[in-house]
Write a protein that binds this ligand. Structure first.
Ligand code: ADP
Ligand code: MG
Length: 257
């Protein structure tokens, strides 16, 4: 069945905030290797669904599944260990660390788990990367074309590069599914185009499934195989971009035409 091969799934997810129904029985499926978009007007419930999928918010009803298994009650870190990674709308980076050091830390979470905390506490700071760590990390940086910036501190970098560092860090954890929260926000048209191309490469070369929550409808229609449209907590449509673009209900709800 499709459930067996689906990487990430929301089934009948409902979330209420007091009297407000932020999500009303929402279904969404991210198949292996897919690039899936989630769009909708402000307040539609996109971020809420994202929080439910990544394990930061427990739904009032419905399920989240990974690989067909119910993870609704699994913590965010348990889901990360099962192959779910995410980026945040505002990059959460450490100003004093270089690009490479950010990715080394993510690589250590994958390969050393909880021991990295002990290293930081007892080792008096950032331990020098081993040759093996540098090799793995440089492969990720090269894949995202961040190689030239590897020794720069992130505090001096433009937002577009910071977003790539976030993606690099997420990739270094070895995810099967990557959730991206408004990755184009704050970027100009050229930077958005470059980011879209980079994400498409990550998907094609590494087989990572992507779920993009975006306010930039054109970016989503341009790069996603399937697009879901949320409106006032209800999933009003899903389908290929050309269907979504011409759908009268979507145009009325969202595209404003
Ligand atoms: P989107 O990301 O699509 O803009 P959100 O998921 O952030 O929408 O919000 C959906 C609805 O839920 C909005 O009406 C918002 O005001 C409300 N909402 C979101 N988070 C909370 C919260 N923690 N408490 C109360 N209401 C919330
Ligand atoms: Mg939001």
């Amino acid at each position: 069945s499709s459930t067996m091969t689906t990487r990430l799934e929301a089934c009948g997810v409902t979330v209420r905030f007091g009297g407000l129904v932020a999500l009303d029985g929402v279904d969404l499926t991210v198949p292996p290797g897919a690039v899936v978009g989630l769009v909708g007007p402000n307040g539609a419930g996109k971020s809420t669904l994202f929080a439910v999928l990544s394990g930061l918010l427990r739904p009032d009803a419905g399920q989240v599944r990974m690989g067909g298994e119910d993870v609704t009650r699994a913590s965010a870190s348990a889901r990360a260990r099962r192959g779910l990674a995410r980026t945040f709308q505002r990059p959460e980076l450490f100003s004093g660390l270089t690009v490479r050091e950010h990715v080394v830390l993510a690589d250590r979470v994958r390969h050393r788990g909880g021991r990295i905390l002990r290293d930081l506490v007892t080792g008096g700071g950032f331990r020098r990367p081993s040759a093996a760590e540098n090799e793995r990390v440089d492969a990720v940086l090269d894949a995202l074309r961040l190689g030239d910036l590897r020794n720069r501190e992130v505090s001096g970098l433009p937002l577009g590069a910071c977003r790539l560092v976030e993606v690099a860090r997420a990739l270094a954890t070895g995810p099967e599914v990557l959730l991206l929260d408004e990755p184009s926000s704050g970027l100009d048209t050229r930077e958005t185009g470059e980011l879209a191309a980079t994400l498409a490469r990550v998907n094609a070369d590494h087989g990572v499934s992507l779920l993009l929550v975006e306010h930039d409808v054109e970016m989503v229609l341009g790069m996603c195989g399937t697009v879901y449209v949320l409106d006032f907590g209800a999933m009003i449509r899903s389908g290929p971009p050309e269907e979504i673009r011409s759908d009268p209900a979507v145009r009325a709800a969202y595209l404003g035409t």
